[in-house]
Design a protein around this ligand. Structure first.
Ligand SMILES: Nc1ncnc2c1ncn2[C@@H]1O[C@H](COP(=O)(O)OP(=O)(O)OP(=O)(O)O)[C@@H](O)[C@H]1O
Ligand SMILES: [Mg+2]
Length: 259
């Protein structure tokens, strides 16, 4: 039985530059939501590598493009037919693998996916590339919240500064910024003070360099989620706690205050 009333919170995880740990963070947040007994849909919009289903080691038959084709043909199957189940809490909607499909996916499809999924899940996490292309702009527009990941890196910070300026001009304020020091612990040239000065806004969350996981590839090869590993809360206590805070904070909707 699906949910019938409360809508999921939809969150797009993106960045101003590639390779800053978006896909890893999505999987880690999904693990945390599972611990919190929330139902999660992961939507993969990274056409370039289809990383989510790969990282979870799940073979799949249907993807976003199957849904698009069926809707175009007026075939209305249950949403659950298009997703791949990871476990009892986490489902994945894999990305199409042919980049030419991106041009056919419309704003309304992204909205329809989020809308249909929002009755079945507590949280929808969307993985993207860092590119400001049409698909990503549609998605940023359609979601409830945007989580920008930045790294301690000059190009990254300069790009982020430009994006924040655009968001301010467009009066978009549904974004939060996470400083990720975990994927490359040797990059620590700028202090937090410098970073805030460069991007001209606050950092909402951060992950420390202590959360660098040396054997991360073994998790990927085995389709395991780091935050679901029983050792992780003990070994990486501080950053695990940060992830819990990020996950719960992102679930709070602006319109929940009167509930
Ligand atoms: N906490 C971590 N510890 C160790 N390695 C990490 C950590 N987080 C990410 N990485 C590694 O850093 C690299 C980039 O991470 P990831 O693929 O999650 O970034 P991304 O922003 O999704 O990249 P892309 O822009 O290419 O989609 C990967 O090789 C990943 O395994
Ligand atoms: Mg990625």
């Amino acid at each position: 039985m699906g949910k019938t009333t409360k809508k999921a919170v939809s969150i797009c995880i993106t960045s101003a530059k590639g390779g800053v740990g978006k896909t890893t963070l999505i999987l880690n947040l999904a693990g945390i939501y599972e611990v919190l007994e929330k139902k999660v849909l992961l939507i993969d919009l990274d056409v370039t590598n289809g990383g989510l289903a790969l990282s979870l080691n799940k073979p799949y038959k249907k993807n976003i493009y199957s849904l698009f084709e069926d809707i175009s043909l007026n075939i209305h199957n249950n949403f659950s037919e298009y997703v791949t189940k990871y476990d009892n809490y986490i489902d994945v909607l894999p990305c199409f693998t042919d980049p030419r499909s991106a041009g056919k996916i419309s704003n309304s499809l992204i909205e329809e996916i989020i809308d249909r999924a929002s009755f079945l899940y507590d949280v929808i996490l969307i993985d993207t590339t860092h590119l400001l292309n049409e698909l990503n702009l549609y998605t940023l527009d359609a979601v409830d919240k945007i989580l920008y990941i930045i790294g301690n890196d000059a190009v990254n910070l300069k790009n982020m500064k430009s994006i924040i300026k655009i968001f301010n001009d467009l009066k978009i304020d549904k974004y939060k910024i996470l400083l990720n020091n975990s994927y490359n612990p040797y990059k620590d040239y700028f202090s937090l003070y410098d970073i805030k000065n460069i991007i001209k806004t606050n950092i909402d969350y951060s992950l420390s360099s202590q959360f660098f996981i040396p054997n991360i590839d073994s998790y990927v090869m085995n389709g395991k989620i780091i935050t679901l590993d029983k050792k992780v809360p003990k070994v990486y206590g501080k950053d695990y706690e940060s992830l819990l805070n990020i996950a719960t904070d992102l679930l709070v909707r602006g319109d929940d205050t009167n509930e």
